[in-house]
Design a protein around this ligand. Structure first.
Ligand code: FES
Length: 369
């Protein structure tokens, strides 16, 4: 045994004696290095860590290169799009599993096993003395030496590489906004930054945008009119353009786009609205439409208390007052529900006369309302 090891060993024994600790067993798991059993155990640990590292690399690659843009059902690439989020989860799971199982196996097979017995002391608030601290450090470094971290430097290298790979995967996802340009496909003739600032309700080329009721069948198109909702009632609506008829992928996109869902309300005639300049004109008679996406964290705001004309979000109990044009009156939401301006066309059907009055959903940067 080298002099340093011997000195450390003696210090441990002195420390144990001073603390009245009886070391019943204190042995390195592999006193003889390089046996077949040790090599087999080492391969298993390294294999799990390598798997964890591969998971981290795969997660970063998935985030960077997997097709993540929305593809409607039936279109080429839809299956890959649907698998984007599960792939992130699976690769992250592999990374964590590999590292964790590797760490457990390493601790079980390569850290020294020790059985000690000590009488319980009362330090009476004096803390540890210098001698106690020295023996603690000696014990820790002895465990490191016996675990073979220096001798088996491949452990440190593979574990370090795996941690680096997982860190790279997590870092890429955290810094993804700098890697991927979220505005990339959002510059159009109608102006820049279109995707985040506008929804499917925005008029295109002067075409009418109807309020389509959720009929349950994605192919059945039912348009909303004044008779669609009873007084005190509500209905979920989605944008529809005649040019989309007969195009399943366009119809599906209108139904699935996250910021499209809106709710059409028909208030009771006796409901008195707050005095907000210009807001009554965005409705039609007793009919008003608002975004269905909660401004707190984006849950569907779908519970309506007709007596109070309040909308309740089931996730964190935010309440929005329809008498005050969707202003939050309770709970964590701080922004009003964006209102959808509506009118009645010549055929007696509701149409949206513009996009929502504010960006939909939870707050993001550049938001002023
Ligand atoms: S998501 Fe609606 S209250 Fe939190």
């Amino acid at each position: 045994m080298a002099n340093g090891d011997e000195a450390r060993r003696q210090l441990i024994e002195r420390g144990a004696a001073a603390d009245e600790v009886e070391l019943r067993r204190y042995r390195a798991p592999w006193p003889v290095a390089g046996t077949r059993a040790e090599r087999r155990a080492r391969r298993r640990v390294l294999g799990w860590w390598a798997l964890g590292g591969a998971g981290g690399v795969a997660m970063a690659a998935t985030y960077l290169f997997w097709p993540w843009r929305y593809v409607a059902p039936g279109q080429e690439g839809h299956r890959a799009y649907v698998l984007y989020t599960p792939m992130l989860g699976v690769t992250f799971g592999i990374a964590v599993l590999g590292m964790t199982v590797g760490m457990i196996l390493y601790a079980k097979r390569f850290l020294p096993s020790e059985v000690s017995v000590q009488r319980r002391h009362d330090a009476e608030g004096t803390g540890s003395g210098e001698f106690d601290k020295e023996t603690l450090v000696a014990t820790a470094s002895d465990a490191t030496a016996r675990a073979g971290l220096r001798r088996r430097s491949v452990f440190a290298r593979v574990a370090g590489a795996s941690v680096a790979a997982i860190g790279a995967g997590a870092g890429v996802t955290a810094l993804g906004g700098f890697v991927k340009d979220p505005w990339q496909h959002s510059r159009s003739a109608e102006g820049p930054l279109d995707t985040l600032w506008h929804t499917g309700w925005k008029a295109r080329a002067g075409e009418k945008v109807y309020l389509r009721l959720a009929a349950g069948d994605p192919d059945e198109i039912v348009l909303a009119g004044p008779g669609s909702v009873a007084a005190g009632g509500m209905a979920a609506v989605f944008p529809f353009r005649e040019s989309e008829r007969g195009h399943p992928e366009l119809l599906a996109e209108a139904l699935h786009r996250a910021d499209n869902p809106a709710t059409l309300f028909r208030l009771r005639p006796e409901v008195a609205l707050a005095d907000r300049p210009g807001r009554k004109a965005l409705g039609y008679g007793d009919y008003y439409a608002y975004s269905r996406v909660c401004t707190h964290l984006g849950c569907p705001v779908s519970l309506y208390e007709d007596q109070l004309s309040r909308l309740l979000c089931p996730c964190h109990q935010s309440q929005f007052d329809l008498k005050d044009f969707g202003t939050p009156v309770f709970g964590p939401a701080v922004r009003a529900l964006p209102q959808l301006p509506i009118a009645l066309d010549d055929d007696g059907l509701f149409v949206a006369t513009g996009d929502f009055t504010a960006p939909v959903g939870p707050s993001f940067w550049e938001l002023r309302t």
